[in-house]
Design a protein around this ligand. Structure first.
Ligand code: MGD
Ligand code: MGD
Ligand code: SF4
Ligand code: MO
Length: 676
């Protein structure tokens, strides 16, 4: 390896990994001169990164050095929400926190503490994948935290069918001859897949985008099907209906590796093309044409990511889409199958020491923050880390009211003064990725990555692990495992005994920066069976293959709002970067020309998007990128930098069908000219 950390020379190149909640988990190289990070670029040797980062992370070093970075512990001096703080020492911060936490545990029990950890970092040491800090919380008996904000409905749906959410190796898209980009905006939310899509196109593959929005990905596809939101499972059934009519099902695969086929094939027959066209809004002829392609093209690769499951029937959408390669036998071929996430193939040993809990504790679901805070008795300490709930969680109007509660003790570990920080009693300065150590696994590729710190933390920033070690010491906790070092924790993570980690050592990771998990290549995860109890793919049972969207039920709000990934932000991360804000322009909402005309709204007009839960303002982007009845406004804006609210003001606190998933793309709203 040409890139090593060499001490005692003024210029070094340090290998790291992008910590953000993005499937691509890039390998990066930081150039350090005189202790300063002067350059960051994508690692050209990493087979998935291939030398490129993205429009957001190309500004990572600028972001790490930004003038609004939080560098010292802070204590609130103004009213909650005012964002007025004074600098205090770490000792003062730890003392105040220790006293408050002890008192809360004594008076209300440990469960009154909610460690609310988001996806700001996916690190196994510092972030949510390894549940950083959980050992400490277990020792206090704090409530458990369910990170159900992102992908849980899809995970559950896929697991019902396949026994695991894990799917194809995304690199194998290069071998596909039909590619369905289904409820996924590849060029925005994980663009490294695109190179493999292009490789396939060069070999003649046909690429179809299935999305209610004509996204930049749809623009680049051979075909775009503008599906009615939340109706994807019906489309899957319609496509399979054509496959059956053509007699193109793989009888051998069906007999050897699936169960429930008889019932499921009956279900499929209930969804002829004409009915599916009515449900999905896609012309019957287009459904039929794609069904014929699916019947005739092996291998077919389906990329369906998290966007598609942010609906009332989102778990079922993945459950039924996962049935497609079971019928066509695509799992037999390199380049065939479904790709949602590779996280089901990652088998690190996450040891949160459940034995430290004093007894059973409740689990609080991230999407229910508004209700839990509204109930004054449930939560007395909210400890936010790697999260920005006032920007990212459902029903922010009620969350804001909850955070203003005087009796609530709020601690936020952060890099930047977010809207959530404005409500903190104590703010703790956190390190960024170039300043701490971490271990990563992509959820969109097959590699583990090591992140070596490149520079010293600025100011008094501390990593998540170090913060909890210091807090444990300050509180006098004696459990030795609370003091394990980062390297010890990394060794423990790699020590799971799973065959996929055979030969993956910490030494090797630190030296090479990334290692492919020990799976065969080509990786055909389900060619020989499925990780279900019977070893067979389980087709959805009768009557369970399609769940209509919540937006299909009667409502006095006529428009369905989708709130997808923003191109220039990563959730709310980077949404305070001046250049990325400039490129994103003002907050926007896509509206069909017919809907705009009906409301007297012209392109470029300011509008208010509202329902019973709240409202936000945006500029109308009028045209044909969305069909009549659908509007769309990207996620990620900081409310305080966009008129006080973002689209989560109108997102309901409501569960998807499985996994208690969030319903960010399944809400009804009305649009009114602003000021009207
Ligand atoms: N630039 C950028 N990249 C990101 C993120 C970001 O904020 N910005 N977020 C990251 C995170 S946290 C995640 S989880 C992933 C998510 O990545 P994606 O899965 O790509 O997430 P979304 O943008 O929510 O949805 C993808 C597409 O699904 C479409 N969609 C919505 N509803 C439906 C539906 O009912 N049917 C169909 N067929 N399509 C539908 C949306 O219009 C959108 O274009 O991306 C990650 N990458
Ligand atoms: N409307 C709408 N809302 C959505 C979605 C949607 O599709 N539509 N998508 C949802 C999805 S998929 C997700 S994953 C969630 C994400 O929601 P959150 O988990 O709340 O993520 P972010 O909004 O990015 O906020 C993360 C914060 O963590 C901080 N941070 C980053 N790294 C670290 C670290 O190492 N230590 C500490 N202490 N802090 C750190 C960042 O500065 C940032 O402020 O948003 C959800 N919200
Ligand atoms: S956000 Fe995604 S594409 Fe951008 S650098 Fe990180 S992992 Fe790579
Ligand atoms: Mo996410």
């Amino acid at each position: 390896m040409p890139y090593r950390r060499i001490s005692l020379v003024p210029m070094l190149k340090v290998l790291g990994a992008c910590p953000l909640d993005c499937p691509d988990t890039c390998s990066w190289i930081v150039t350090v001169e005189d202790g300063r990070a002067v350059k960051m670029r994508g690692n050209p040797e990493h087979p998935y990164t291939r030398g490129a980062l993205c429009v957001k992370v190309n500004r990572y070093l600028e972001h790490a050095a930004a003038p609004d970075r939080i560098l010292y512990p802070l204590r609130r001096t103004g009213p909650k929400g005012s964002g007025r703080f004074e600098r205090i020492t770490w000792d003062e911060a730890l003392e105040e926190i220790s006293v408050r936490l002890r008192r809360i545990v004594e008076e209300h029990g440990g469960e009154a503490i909610w460690p609310y950890q988001g996806t700001g970092s996916l690190g196994y040491l510092q972030g949510c994948e390894g549940q950083a800090g959980r050992r400490f919380w277990n020792a206090l008996g704090a409530s458990k935290h369910w990170l159900n904000i992102c992908s849980s409905a899809g995970n559950a749906g896929l697991t019902l069918t396949n026994g695991s959410p894990g799917g194809m190796d995304p690199e194998d898209f290069a071998h596909a001859r039909l590619i369905l980009l289904w409820g996924t905006n590849t060029l925005t939310s994980g663009h490294h897949l695109w190179k493999f899509v292009q490789d396939a196109k060069a070999e003649g593959a046909h690429v179809v985008a299935i999305d209610p929005i004509r996204t930049r990905t749809a623009d680049q596809a051979d075909e775009h099907l503008a599906i009615r939101p939340g109706t994807d499972a019906a489309l899957a059934l319609g496509l399979l209906n054509v496959v059956l009519e053509e007699g193109a099902q793989d009888e051998e695969f069906l007999a050897a590796h699936t169960e429930g086929w008889e019932d499921f094939s009956e279900e499929i027959r209930k969804y002829p093309v004409a009915r599916v066209a009515e449900i999905t809004g896609i012309p019957a002829e287009a459904v039929h044409r794609l069904g014929m392609r699916l019947a005739r093209t092996r291998p077919t690769a389906i990329r369906a990511t998290m966007g598609i499951q942010r609906h009332a029937g989102g778990g079922t959408a993945l459950r039924t889409i996962a049935a497609i390669p079971g019928v066509t036998g695509d799992w037999r071929y390199q380049g065939g199958g479904v790709s949602y996430s590779t996280s089901g193939h990652v088998h690190l040993n996450i040891d949160t020491r459940e034995d430290l809990l004093p007894g059973p504790v409740r689990t609080l679901a991230m999407t229910r923050l508004a209700s839990e805070l509204e109930n004054g008795e449930s939560v007395k300490c909210l400890w936010v880390y790697g999260a920005n709930p006032l920007g990212s969680t459902s029903d922010t109007t009620r969350i804001r009211a909850g955070l203003a509660r005087e009796d609530l003790f709020t601690v936020v570990m952060e890099h930047f003064p977010t809207d959530t920080v404005d409500y903190a009693d104590i703010v703790l300065p956190a390190t960024m990725q170039i300043e701490h150590m971490d271990l990563h696994a992509g959820y969109g590729h097959m590699y583990l990555l090591w992140n070596e710190p490149a520079v010293a933390p600025p100011g008094e920033c501390l990593s998540t692990t170090e913060t909890f070690r210091r807090l444990a010491r300050h509180m006098g906790l004696t459990e030795p495992s609370l003091y394990d070092s980062d390297l010890e924790l990394a060794e423990q993570l790699l020590d799971s005994g799973h065959p996929s980690l055979e030969g993956v050592t910490l030494d090797r990771l630190r030296k090479e920066g990334w290692v492919r998990m020990n799976y065969p290549r080509p990786f055909l995860p389900y060619a020989e069976g499925f990780p279900t109890p019977s070893g067979r793919l389980r087709f959805p049972p009768k009557g369970k293959a399609y769940v209509p969207p919540g937006s299909a039920s009667p409502s006095r709000y006529p428009l369905v709002l989708i709130t997808p990934a923003a191109h220039t932000f990563l959730n709310t991360t980077f949404a305070n970067n001046p250049e990325l804000l400039r490129r994103a322009k003002e907050p926007r909402v896509l509206v069909n020309a017919a809907d705009a005309a009906a409301r007297g709204i012209a392109d470029g007009d300011r509008v208010r998007v509202h329902n019973d839960h709240g409202s936000f303002e945006a500029v109308a982007d009028v045209g044909d990128r969305v069909a009549p009845g659908v509007v769309a406004s990207p996620k990620g804006r900081w409310p305080k930098l966009s008129g006080g609210a973002n689209p989560n003001a109108v997102v309901e606190e409501r569960d998807a069908d499985f996994g208690r998933g969030a319903v960010y793309h399944d809400n009804r709203v009305e649009l009114t000219p602003a000021g009207a």
